[in-house]
Ligand binder design. Sequence first.
Ligand code: ADP
Length: 191
Amino acid sequence: MKYYILFGPPGAGKGTQAGALVEKYNLCHISTGELLRSEIAAGTELGKKAAVLIDNGSLVPDEVVEDMIEAKFESVKGVSGFLLDGFPRTVAQAVALDEILSRRGESLGGVLSIMIPDKLVHERIAHRAHIEGRADDARPEVVDHRIKTYHEKTEPLIDFYKKDGRYHEIDGVGTVEEVHSRIAALLESLA
Ligand code: ADP
């Protein structure tokens, strides 16, 4: 089984790129953001708690997303691997992921990091707000807080994964197809 992380700032295009990659390589796409939004839509207790945090651009507790990821690994069958999108987002989550994988006798295939400058992050999210109607995309102060949270809590993962050579960066500026080709080439070089 292959396990890959699709990494990058909010708006880098992780969700968009994941779509084509999972089909091409028979992977299961796990987006913690999407899983949380389904909990909110279903009105669960977890969803109610998560909504408050997501709506102000904060992260939900590590344990919540770690449990979601592990449950997915357990339940999804018939795929060649998993493509994680939006997880891990803190060093604690990255440590937990290594532990979860090692309990399963597995290890991470690599981190595929889609990099775009902050300026483009703002532009892409503003554009997406019109299309997808996500509440956390619509308010500039919430977007600013998410970008700040990314720099403070998520960016340290770059060094975490660079240390043991698991970090691979792709230029996320270009058309969807151009970025897809870069990631596909990287994935094939890692496999
Ligand atoms: P984006 O890529 O634009 O940040 P996501 O759909 O990945 O959007 O995430 C939306 C929100 O869900 C985040 O701002 C955060 O509040 C919450 N979230 C998603 N993944 C995680 C995670 N791994 N840890 C904590 N919170 C998360």
